[in-house]
Design a protein around this ligand. Structure first.
Ligand code: ADE
Length: 263
């Protein structure tokens, strides 16, 4: 996977990406990273790449020409026209499914905006995907681009070692991940759940699945509506509605669950 990033802050991208697991993957050649400083394509000669918005209003807008020149220079060098992801709160919300889909590409260009955004005309010309990483506003597209590149990188063969491999993780099967414990068995008076020490793989798997269901119900109930639930899952969820449960549910959780199980 080859990543290309059009940005005003290349050092932010380089510092963030050349660290930890993604940094290791770049060093080993499973990923490559090329940053392009949009400021180098200023048309005024003084490094300026923004101007006031037509129609008035606060802030500045990144001009079309420097962005377009940076892009054209890049595609000229790489000799193809990869997808161009523009990071914006106005885009489709990023998801694990989108990460999986983007991981099938050989090359991806990310365009990071700043200020009040980028002149719409250049976006019409070059952007193929408009992506938001969530319903909040950041100061620029660099962090969202890094979030996407990190998440897509995990799907690229060779990036994760076997141990790190993301087979059994949150969202892979539409549920949140179960809790994890490591040594010691007792920490500040708190014990590791007995079932995890039992060595009984069937019971461990069932406990983990139940914990995933419970966590999803508590934090992201809407995910349960789309998850594939089998008979045992439904039986566990049903048991949560019964009196005297130690995992006492709120009234909201109970009524959500009752409706879910009635379907
Ligand atoms: N730029 C600023 N905020 C953003 C967000 N939430 N997602 C993607 N790009 C952004």
């Amino acid at each position: 996977m080859n990543y290309y990033v059009l940005t005003l802050f290349p050092e932010m991208i380089e510092n963030g990406m050349n660290t930890s697991i993604v940094g290791r993957a770049i060093a080993k050649g499973y990923l490559s990273l090329t940053t392009v400083n949009i400021r180098d394509y200023s048309v005024t000669g003084n490094g300026r790449i923004d101007d006031y918005p037509y129609g008035g209003g606060a802030g500045m807008v990144m001009q079309a020409e420097p962005v377009c020149r940076a892009y054209e220079d890049l595609i000229g060098r790489i000799g193809k026209r990869p997808r161009v992801v523009y990071l914006t709160p106005q885009g489709r919300v990023f998801s694990q499914q989108m990460a999986r889909e983007l991981a099938r590409e050989e090359d991806l260009i990310f365009l990071c905006g700043h200020y009040e955004g980028v002149d719409e005309r250049v976006l019409e010309e070059i952007a193929t995907d408009f992506v938001s990483i969530g319903d909040y506003v950041l100061t620029g597209g660099e962090l969202p681009a890094m979030v996407m590149m990190d998440s897509v990188a995990r799907m690229v063969p060779g990036v994760l070692s076997n141990q790190e491999s993301g087979q059994n993780e949150s969202f892979q099967d539409g549920l949140l991940e179960y809790p994890q414990y490591s040594r010691p068995e007792e920490w500040r008076g708190k014990l590791v759940p007995q079932v995890l020490l039992s060595g009984h793989h069937g019971n461990v798997d069932r406990w983990r699945r139940d914990q995933s269901l419970l966590r999803t119900l508590r934090s992201r109930p809407e995910l349960l509506e789309r998850a594939a639930l089998d008979k045992k899952d439904r039986k566990y969820l049903q048991s949560l509605l019964e009196e005297g449960q130690e995992t006492a549910l709120t009234d909201d959780e109970k009524s959500f669950l009752a409706k879910l199980l009635a379907i």
